[in-house]
Design a protein around this ligand. Structure first.
Ligand code: FAD
Ligand code: COA
Length: 401
């Protein structure tokens, strides 16, 4: 067994996970955002733990962060997801290639407890994200955003929004996709005109986290809030996606952490429950099931740790390692939690055990953050040395060759 018990962040997270365990059912039931947990996470220094020290963070690594995420996900999926988005994805892009002014603006918000929202998906552009239609029309020193995004995690409760949009030059030329930083905080009276939280989805799991549709109508963003990737707007999407690979590792770790938690519950119940005059743990069929569950969690953990420690384009996790680890971990976690529920019999199906909630929560992870199919397409593309065009434009280009 690898000994990770010495990691200080992991030890803090382990303690917090115990505090969060009884609260997880409350957020699920009330569908309220877990502000109480967020305060505890911020006090413990886990919000923005990857932010460099010169901007007030701890300069922790993605590897430190995945250790934290696993611990939290064992008891409270929402808190684990918040730690993902407060350290990876959008905020990591701002920290890696934002201007100093952008970093100095974003860091205090996150350190104080904000979970930034990353806004990529649109009603007509899900997996085909490069077909997004949200535009950012350049107008003098400003950009005017029009379009809509849906399934935005934290939409309405987040204060910092990294919005992906297509830059349109003053002469109408499409210059490529980049990120725009928008600050929204109604409680502080910050409500940018043209930024609207249209509605919240009703979801099967992860119930305390708003998944919102946002609409932008002539939303003005000043030049200083444009996130300019190192290789410019034309390559902006690829650079932003490189940062997003960290979030994929984080999301895969949430799934793995839920599975690890479900495995612990299953072990407990196998000892406790008696049938046919014996504890369940004495039935070999269930022992084999448990061994398969443990193997799946262990394999996922190794792949996720490998991906978290890899350094590829711009220092972010390697695209293939991240895709492979998230696809594997999310599919494995769904099976593991389902098997844990089976071990509990009727008790697993009822809300008296956390397994019922974990089963609903874990289902999302083969969908959000790049579906398992899309991630496997990326892995296969690398194995075969081919790029299969996904988009209509891609096919048209290929046809012209
Ligand atoms: P589609 O793209 O319509 O796909 C439908 C099905 O077809 C899927 O099974 C998919 O795998 C398959 N498919 C599509 N294309 C291919 C292909 N080329 N080859 C093989 N199979 C294919 N987005 C954000 O921008 N920000 C967020 O914060 C965010 N949070 C989310 C939170 C939750 C809980 C969920 C459920 C989603 C979230 N999303 C977010 C959106 C998420 O990223 C998209 O759902 C995802 O990218 C898939 O898009 P889609 O749902 O439109 O499915
Ligand atoms: N990491 C680094 N670079 C990436 C990347 C990633 N995860 N995904 C794409 N890129 C790069 C590609 O390598 C490509 O660069 P190239 O021009 O040098 O080849 C460029 O970005 C465009 O990608 P491509 O695969 O050509 O895009 P596409 O138009 O075929 O669209 C995607 C496919 C990228 C949109 C699709 O694979 C995808 O990831 N969909 C899921 C979107 C998602 O995760 N949404 C989550 C929202 S929270």
């Amino acid at each position: 067994m690898l000994d990770q018990t010495q990691n200080p962040y992991q030890m803090i997270a382990r303690e917090l996970a115990q505090q969060f365990a009884p609260r997880a059912a409350v957020w699920d039931e009330t569908r309220e955002y877990c502000w109480e947990n967020v305060r505890d996470l911020a006090d413990a220094g886990l919000m923005g733990m990857t932010i460099p020290e010169r901007f007030g963070g701890r300069g922790a690594s993605f590897y430190d962060t995945v250790l934290v995420i696993e611990e939290l996900a064992r008891t409270c999926t929402l808190s684990a997801r918040i730690v993902v988005e407060a350290n990876m994805g959008g905020i990591s892009a701002v920290m890696a290639f934002g201007s100093d002014a952008q970093r100095a603006f974003a860091a205090p918000l996150v350190l104080a407890g904000d979970k930034p929202a990353i806004c990529i998906t649109e009603p007509r552009a899900g997996s085909a994200a490069t077909e997004m239609q949200t535009t950012a029309q350049r107008a003098g020193g400003k950009y005017i955003l029009n379009g809509s995004k849906h399934w935005i995690t934290g939409g309405g409760v987040s204060k910092l929004y990294v919005i992906f949009a297509r830059v349109i030059a003053e002469d109408g030329t499409d210059e490529g996709i980049t990120g725009f930083i928008v600050h929204y905080d109604p409680e502080a009276g910050i409500t940018p005109e043209g930024f609207e939280v249209v509605r919240r989805e009703r979801t099967m799991g992860l119930c305390g986290m708003p998944e919102a549709e946002l609409r932008f109508t002539n939303l003005e963003v000043e030049e200083r809030f444009v996130l300019k990737p190192p290789s410019g707007f034309k390559r902006g999407f690829a650079d932003l996606m490189s940062a997003y690979n960290s979030q994929r590792v984080g999301a895969g770790t949430v799934a793995m952490g839920i599975a690890a938690g479900a495995l612990d519950h299953a072990k407990r119940y196998l000892r406790e429950r008696q049938q046919f005059g014996r504890p369940l743990q004495e039935f070999q069929g269930l022992q084999w099931m448990l061994a398969d569950m443990d193997t799946a969690v262990h394999a996922s953990r190794l792949m996720l740790h490998e991906a978290a420690q890899s350094r590829s384009h711009l220092g972010f996790p390697d695209i293939v390692m991240a895709a492979r680890a998230k696809a594997f971990a999310s599919e494995a976690a769904i099976r593991v939690v389902s098997d844990a529920l089976q071990i509990f019999g009727a008790r697993g199906y009822g809300a008296c055990e956390p397994i019922e909630r974990m089963y609903r929560d874990v289902r999302m992870f083969t969908i959000g953050g790049g579906t398992a199919q899309i991630l496997k397409t990326q892995v296969a593309g690398a194995l075969l040395g081919i790029k299969t065009p996904q988009t209509r434009d891609g096919y048209l280009k290929l046809a012209q060759q």
